[in-house]
Design a protein around this ligand. Sequence first.
Ligand code: NAP
Ligand code: GCO
Length: 259
Amino acid sequence: MINFRLDGKVALITGASYGIGFAIAKGFSEAGATICFNDINQELVDKGLKAYEEVGIKAHGYVCDVTCEDAVNELVKKIEEEVGVIDILVNNAGIIKRIPMIEMAASDFRKVIDVDLNAPFIVSKAVIPSMIKKGHGKIINICSMMSELGRETVSAYAAAKGGLKMLTRNIASEYGEYNIQCNGIGPGYIETPQTAPLRVEGHPFNSFIISKTPAARWGKTDDLMGPAIFLASDASNFVNGHILYVDGGILAYIGKQPK
Ligand code: NAP
Ligand code: GCO
């Protein structure tokens, strides 16, 4: 019987007070996992705990800036003591800065790389030793269309997400022999606070994305739940180093011909 369940598994989803991380955590909980999440401050963690409670999930929330290695090591130690060894890690926390490259300060570029690429390295490095000891593990990195494509104003984000695709493949290569599978999910354009500026009424990007998406709609965070459960479950134990694009077909499509 193919096993898509996550019963008895401990999952850490970073930056999961809301948005894509929250939806993935909801899906994992429905599949039986125990949910741990972090966010960057107590206010967000409290907001997240309330939101999980409202959907019947008793989540474990922690304040942790994923770019800080000491804080991440402390987080993993606390979860192992209070909840259990982390079986499933989703590197979801992320930021974007939309600035034309030649106007972007190097400090802004570095900040995006720090959160979107260095942090997945730091958190993965913190959880892998216990996964090796336990004899299994799942790491899912939240990549992007920008792991494959560029566009104006997102140079730092595209560099980070392109790097995250290759970090995914390298973790898969280096730790596959320990029964650790590391894969990515590449969401298309999803309705979350991060894309809210692109979806304001009349924003040209709104109609542009609809024309570039065969599904002719923005994605919903719930569209990511099933793919994430698949990659977190035993059903994907021979899937490794793969980026699963959940994009409504964007990467397959040249775009609708203007009328
Ligand atoms: P979001 O709404 O901006 O949520 C991102 C979460 O990460 C927020 O809770 C944020 O906290 C947290 N975070 C940011 N920096 C952090 C840090 N240093 N330490 C801990 N937590 C931190 O983003 P989203 O749209 O749900 O996206 C989640 C992931 O999917 C990101 O990696 C994003 O790049 C990726 N993605 C999004 C889309 C999309 O269309 N929405 C598509 C493809 C990929 P704050 O509220 O304090 O910032
Ligand atoms: C942008 C968007 C995208 C999405 C996502 C697409 O400004 O182009 O924010 O980058 O967030 O990454 O997959």
